[in-house]
Design a protein. Structure first.
Length: 234
């Protein structure tokens, strides 16, 4: 177990899972969205790295798609968007169930998103909370819809992002009513900032169980074009 400091807060990172014969490092291991223990899966973060990891390993690389930060709440869902250079609060949705999932897919298409970064509610010591399973269920269903289109879904520890968002809005000088209405969207901003600042370390790839969808994810990842800031491609 290691830690990374972001914005004055320390976050635990699981660097290694004990899966005999398969996983040697964190990047070779992912956890099932339906089980709390590590399992052997057909697709790994190594095979399908998040945009933030590729950006950190090759600073001149730029994604062709955006990352959509998703802060799931009991009744409100905050959204933010970024490519890692600027972070923009998008909107707050008051939807649940399939209507929420449909809207997320529609927004992703409209905003040219190729990955979802979903906040996972963990405690200060990195342990799962009662809300974690609910978020995992939603992320699992979203991952199926996303994989059909070649998009990825990752889980990112969201501990403390609401507090960070509130402090940020106070610093911006937003009044109380505005802060209340935009808190979830700014929490999604903080989620994306953490995701990019940690270069993908600690993220969890949500993998659909269907083998055909795993194949689609692999194929879409292999077709992702490396675009560099000077205009040349590799």
């Amino acid at each position: 177990m290691g830690t990374v400091k972001v914005g004055g807060l320390s976050f635990p990172i699981q660097l290694r899972y004990s899966v005999p014969g398969k996983c040697n490092t964190y990047l070779n291991c992912i956890r099932s969205t339906s089980q709390s223990t590590p399992v052997k899966l057909a697709v790994s973060v190594d095979e399908i790295p998040p945009n933030s990891m590729r950006q950190a390993s090759e600073p001149r690389w730029s994604s062709t798609g955006f990352s959509l930060g998703v802060d799931l709440g009991l009744s409100r869902t905050g959204l933010a968007i970024s490519k890692g250079f600027s972070f923009r609060p998008l909107m707050v949705l008051e939807l649940r169930g399939q209507k929420l999932e449909d809207r997320l897919v529609h927004i992703a298409q409209k905003q040219e998103v190729d990955e979802f970064i979903v906040g996972l509610p963990l405690s200060s010591d990195g342990k799962e909370t009662p809300q974690s399973n609910k978020v995992r269920s939603i992320a699992g269903r979203l991952a199926v819809r996303a994989a059909e289109r070649g998009w990825r879904v990752y889980l990112q520890d969201e501990y403390g992002t609401s507090t960070e968002a509130m402090n940020h809005m106070v610093t911006m000088g937003l009044n109380r009513s505005t802060r209340k209405g935009k808190l979830d969207a700014y929490a999604a901003v903080m989620l994306l900032e953490r995701y990019f600042s940690m270069a993908g370390h600690g993220v969890e790839l949500v993998v659909p169980k269907q083998s055909e969808l795993q194949i689609k994810l692999r194929k879409a990842s292999s077709m992702r074009t490396d675009i560099f800031e000077d205009g040349f491609q590799s």
